[in-house]
Design a protein around this ligand. Structure first.
Ligand code: ADP
Ligand code: TYD
Length: 213
């Protein structure tokens, strides 16, 4: 049984995930909690190599299913090598993107459908976030925050693709209690105060559950 809290952050490209993760790191450190920050695709040497292949702008011929399987492969390694051991040791894990990114980008964006969820259930082997913050923002605005020369193979996809991804996220938010939608079109401080308030509620609940044992 895992002991640490597992948080993932999701949303369109440029929605402010890295910015909010930096603020969360400070919050947990001030509380004296041991926090591990990690990201997908990546987080381990093997997964970072897979990341390079997936995001390389020159790999235009990549098949959609190859892409979905590579993200899942990177995730399987990340869970086994980093996330699961950290949670078992009681550490808090904050992950920049996780399984919901695959369901949104490959399932909805690439229109591969439900097989993406099934593949990823094998990849994560039951290791799911306790809470997921979905930074909600028009993908057009998110995209405009990233300079053209910095855009990777996925970010360079046309706007219709990013609209489908966003619709996928909104559907998932409705379907799963774990996913908390956050209005990301506000100031950095307002957004982080909102996220921290939600985390405080989870930590309080967690404390109550532990006392009940
Ligand atoms: P992501 O990790 O989701 O791609 P980033 O955190 O890197 O997004 O943010 C993308 C850009 O938008 C950065 O230049 C960042 O400084 C800026 N940014 C982040 N949050 C906000 C915000 N709430 N308001 C305005 N700009 C923001
Ligand atoms: P990331 O480095 O998080 O980009 P950004 O910081 O701009 O949000 O992710 C790289 C790209 O990979 C991003 O466009 C989202 C995409 N992606 C998927 O398509 N499927 C996945 O499972 C993951 C984790 C990311």
């Amino acid at each position: 049984m895992k002991k640490g809290l597992f948080i993932s952050i999701e949303g369109p490209d440029g929605s402010g995930k890295s910015t909010q993760i930096a603020a969360l790191k400070e919050y947990f450190e001030q509380k004296g909690m041991d926090v591990v920050l990690t990201r997908e695709p990546g987080g381990t040497a093997i997964s970072e190599k897979i990341r390079e292949i997936i995001l390389d702008k020159n790999n235009q011929e990549m098949d959609d299913m190859t892409e979905a399987l590579l993200y899942a492969a990177a995730r399987a390694q990340h869970v086994a090598q980093i996330i699961k051991p950290a949670l078992m040791a009681g550490r808090t894990v904050i992950c920049d993107r996780f399984i919901d990114s695959s369901i949104a980008y490959q399932g909805y964006g690439r229109q591969l459908g439900d097989c993406v969820r099934i593949i990823n259930e094998y990849a994560v082997r039951g290791c799911m976030p306790d809470i997921t913050f979905l930074l909600k923002m028009d993908p057009k605005i998110g995209k405009s925050r990233i300079r053209d020369e910095e855009q990777d193979r996925l970010e360079l996809e046309k706007l219709e693709f990013h609209q489908r991804v966003y619709e996928g996220y909104v559907e998932m938010e409705k379907a799963f209690n774990r996913i908390v939608g956050i209005d990301a079109a506000r100031s950095i401080q307002e957004i982080s105060a909102d996220i921290i308030a939600q985390i405080e509620a989870v930590l309080q609940e967690d404390g109550r559950n532990r006392n009940d044992l």
